[in-house]
Design a protein around this ligand. Sequence first.
Ligand SMILES: [Zn+2]
Length: 312
Amino acid sequence: MSIIAIDLGGTRIKTGIIADGAVGELSITEISINDGLSQYLPLLKERITYLRQYSDSIDGIAIAFPGLVDTNRNIVIGNSGKYNDACTLDLVGWAQKEFGLGLLLENDARLACLGEWKYGAGQGFSDMVMCTLGTGVGSSAIIHNKILRGKHYQAGILGGHSIIDFNNMEDKCSCGNYGCVEATASTWMMGKLAKRHPLFSESKLCRLPVIDLQAIFRESLAGDELAVFLRDHCMKAWGIGLINLIHAYDPEVVVIGGGIIHSKEIILPYFRKIIEERAWCASGMPEIRAAHYPDSAALLGTTTLFTKRSNE
Ligand SMILES: [Zn+2]
């Protein structure tokens, strides 16, 4: 089986050809998140045309989308400021007209979860939660070997929008609400949190053009007091968010992905500790593991869309 897979990230578009459980010809393009999807269709057409030459038998095209996807009708039904025109585009018709190929859509966090479950850190488990930490906070769950979608295709994937700071009506989340995990601890909130802290003017962060999670983890290792504070603030928010996911979905394993997994030596022991201390798990704690494919799990997960749709 060969699939042309496209992962529409908030700031990057990844494309590749998936065959035998591996990603080939991976390409990553940095993009501006506020532009609609239609303007990237020429880029996608170019990439798909390029990738087609690597296989005589392409089974189809799959798109991992950062929003709500109705997998029954195979359309995007909701987004949160990313690719705002996606709900109005006929992507299936576009793929058929341009390439004569079928196209399947699914939420990106679900595909990352399926990718890690089938090929990575979740292999061999029947019940799994995946949480991606970075630009935003994504989640997804597999229960009894079946990916969770729910009546309106939003089950499991809104873990980043579980509310952990209910008195906060100041920091608006990408979803429009307040106090979500993502509004408390994600890359896009770091600059705002740093600048209003009393230690900002004496922190190294104040001299950086971009204050993101990478900078915060790097400076915290160098002993910067504000960076340590922000790092601990984020880890606590994520840890509490993970406990909410564990209480909701009762997994055997929790797989952590996203850019922050490069700091796994710091975050995984912290998560194990806070879950041990604060989660209600009468039959033992779930395993906490790092994703095996933090950069390509969603692409790998697209193979499950083209096999029997019983992983649903
Ligand atoms: Zn939110």
